[in-house]
Design a protein around this ligand. Structure first.
Ligand code: NAG
Length: 649
């Protein structure tokens, strides 16, 4: 009998009611639950092998993942060959390779000791490769009904049980005294929930791998050892061929966990209290800081503006008598540059393009996090996050085009053709080329993390067909709309800029300001890195949302303060300065990724390092444009505002 699908509404409502709180954000199950009847076949799908951290090891050893059916592993294939499962774009981009498997699981039917297929023979070369993978802690990733097969872990801080996806390929001795053992037996324990009569659902999967030389097939019947003790398990000899039979047992346990909450055990937040504390800590610091900056600025500005406007009145009065007071000369600070502050920066075209792309990234990030927070990105629809990000980025091409052409008009630019064509092309092409180059490395290694060529073509297609026209439309709208008026007129002759004090030198001031937005996101960065490099499930969108808000606030406040000092020092080159000052936090993000590498990753090959550095640089670069744009627009509003409130004749 075919499994049938029931109404998803109760599950959705259930998810809403049983939401595990802001700490992990709740989720709506992406797919409707699949119900099975007793003895229905439940398919087991296999995904790629990924490097993982293991007890006893401090570091993750590799950055590559491998296809399950690579010949050296000798895993059993379905009779008519493995078939690819259809996956979302995001899922493919993040490396998932899901295929069918020969495991036969029947709902509610316990079975012990079944062979997956006839025995396999490991040659010496394959033995060497597989032993290396075991030493590198590779994990197998299986999916049953969309749920990853996992291992049980205990959080040492509060004794809570939780599950991590994946289970090890073999058992390695971190000290290297004992040879690596290959797991050739799997005890699959599946929790199932009875939703109603004849409707059973998979709600939890644990796999306890074991190993024994004695497991074999005799006269078409599998025989398993009494205990699958890994200590006496299968050691692949690197001198002579080794015969191995893969076996498995299936146990079905009735469970009270409902379908709607089946993901909760995977979304474990380590130490939510400490997480909360550090977040509140940084939130308080950021708010105090921003408050102080605002208070100081507003006070000083009020005084400045009052003084400037008073001087004007005094001058008006005096003009009748023909006596000019020296007060004019004493006029100092940011008012002096009123005739230059709106002078277009160098390379206005390039800056406009960056700002347009930055606005596009800003919208994409904000909307993605908001969607995730509202529960639209269910962890059960794999790769949905990636897909949503790509689609949002594509659609917001319109915003990118509009912003870049509005700003370009404001800068008085006239190379419109270049602006129209470069805005949607330069940055995506740069990102894509780096991505492509890094992929060549993965291809060269024959690892499965490489994005297939067809997927690349799809990406390029989406970009040309949707993003570029939308960007053109946005640019056109920006081009047609009116000019943004400047409150003061720009003088013909540029003013000389006095030499500034030490602390206003570009590099030190950028580094000082850049550390603050970094401080706001630093708590979350560690968890995001873990989810990228350890393939852990990231589900703390509540935290991320707060952090994103804090980051925007710090970026804006600190950049505005710095630019106020800059203008007071009579330097009116604020456009590029504000962009780079806020963007400097990307330097810290990159530095942090190096620190993370030093502390948690230990790549065995230099290609792993290149891949890691490449992706870190790419992410930092994108972060630079994002924060730079926030800094620029905050300063832009600030400058328009303060020069709008003084009287200049
Ligand atoms: C199957 O095995 C599990 C775990 O040992 C046990 O709890 C369950 O009752 C068994 N089911 C049947 C139908 O025997």
């Amino acid at each position: 009998m075919a499994p049938h699908t029931s109404n998803p509404l109760p599950a959705i409502l259930g998810a809403l009611v049983l939401a595990p709180g802001l700490a992990s954000a709740f989720y709506l199950p992406g797919a409707a639950p699949t119900s099975y009847q007793i003895n229905d076949r439940v398919p087991l799908h296999v995904n790629h092998l990924t490097p993982a951290d293991a007890p006893g090891y401090r570091r993750v050893q590799s950055a590559f993942s491998f296809d399950y059916y690579r010949p050296e592993f000798h895993f059993c294939q379905p009779k008519d060959g493995p078939k690819d499962q259809s996956e979302s774009l995001g899922s493919i981009l993040f490396g998932d390779r899901i295929q069918t498997s020969p495991f036969e699981l029947y709902m509610g039917k316990n079975e012990t000791c079944k062979a997956v297929c006839e025995e396999a023979t490991f040659g010496t070369q394959d033995a060497r490769t597989v032993n290396l993978r075991i030493l590198q802690n590779y994990n197998l990733n299986w999916l049953i009904d969309g749920l990853p097969a996992g291992q049980e872990r205990v959080d040492s801080t509060n004794g809570e049980n939780f599950e991590t996806p994946g289970f090890p390929l073999g058992l390695a001795d971190p000290e290297g005294k004992k040879p690596p053992v290959l797991n050739n037996h799997y005890d699959i324990v599946i929790d199932y929930h009875k939703a109603s009569k004849d409707m059973y659902r998979v709600v939890g999967i644990l796999v306890y791998p074991g190993s024994s030389m004695e497991n074999k097939v005799v006269d078409g019947k599998a025989q398993c050892a009494a205990s699958n003790d890994q200590m006496q398990g299968v050691v692949l000899s690197e001198e002579s061929p080794t015969k191995v039979t893969y076996t498995y047992s299936v146990y079905w346990r009735p469970s009270s966990t409902s379908f709607a909450t089946r993901w909760d055990r995977y979304l474990h937040v380590y130490d939510p209290r400490i997480h909360w504390l550090s977040l509140i800590n940084s939130a308080v610091i950021v708010c105090v800081l921003v408050g102080m900056v605002a208070a100081i600025l507003i006070r000083t500005l009020r005084k400045d503006i009052a003084r400037y406007n008073r001087l004007d009145i005094a001058l008006d009065d005096l003009s009748g008598t023909g006596v000019v007071e020296d007060g004019v000369q004493e006029d100092s600070g940011w008012k002096l540059v009123h005739g230059d502050v709106f002078r277009p920066p160098k390379n206005p075209l390039f800056l406009s393009i960056l700002l347009g792309n930055g606005a596009q990234l800003f919208m994409m990030t904000g909307f993605t996090i908001a969607f995730a927070l509202l529960g639209f990105l269910s962890p059960s629809s794999r790769g949905f996050l990636g897909t949503v990000m790509i689609l949002l980025y594509t659609v917001f091409g319109f915003v990118g085009g509009y912003v870049s052409s509005r700003i370009y008009k404001f800068f008085g630019g006239d190379a419109w053709k270049q602006l129209f064509t470069y805005t949607p092309t330069v940055l995506p092409a740069a990102i894509f080329s780096i991505f492509f180059l890094l992929n060549l490395f993965v291809w060269a290694r024959g690892a499965s993390g490489a994005v297939p060529f067809t997927t690349m073509l799809v990406l390029v297609g989406i970009w040309f067909v949707i993003s570029v026209p939308l960007s053109f439309a946005g640019s056109w709208l920006g081009f047609k709309s009116g000019n943004i008026d400047t409150p003061t007129r720009t003088n013909q002759i540029p003013r000389q800029i006095p030499t500034s004090g030490k602390y206003m030198k570009p590099i030190p001031s950028m580094l000082v300001v850049g550390i603050l937005p970094f401080g706001a996101i630093f708590v979350e960065l560690y968890f995001i890195m873990n989810s990228i490099w350890f393939s852990k499930v990231y589900y703390m969108f509540g935290f991320l949302f707060v952090c994103y808000g804090l980051m925007i606030m710090t970026c804006a406040a600190t950049t505005v303060l710095m630019m106020y000092f800059l203008l007071c020092a009579e330097n009116y080159h604020w456009q590029w300065r504000s962009f780079c000052t806020a963007g400097a936090s990307a330097v810290y993000v990159f530095a942090y990724s190096l620190l993370y590498w030093a502390r948690t990753l230990g790549f065995a090959s230099w290609t792993g390092g290149v891949l890691y550095l490449g992706y870190s640089a790419l992410i930092s670069g994108i972060f630079f444009i994002l924060t730079g744009t926030i800094g620029f627009f905050a300063t832009w509003l600030f400058v328009l505002r303060i020069y709008g409130s003084i009287k200049v004749d």
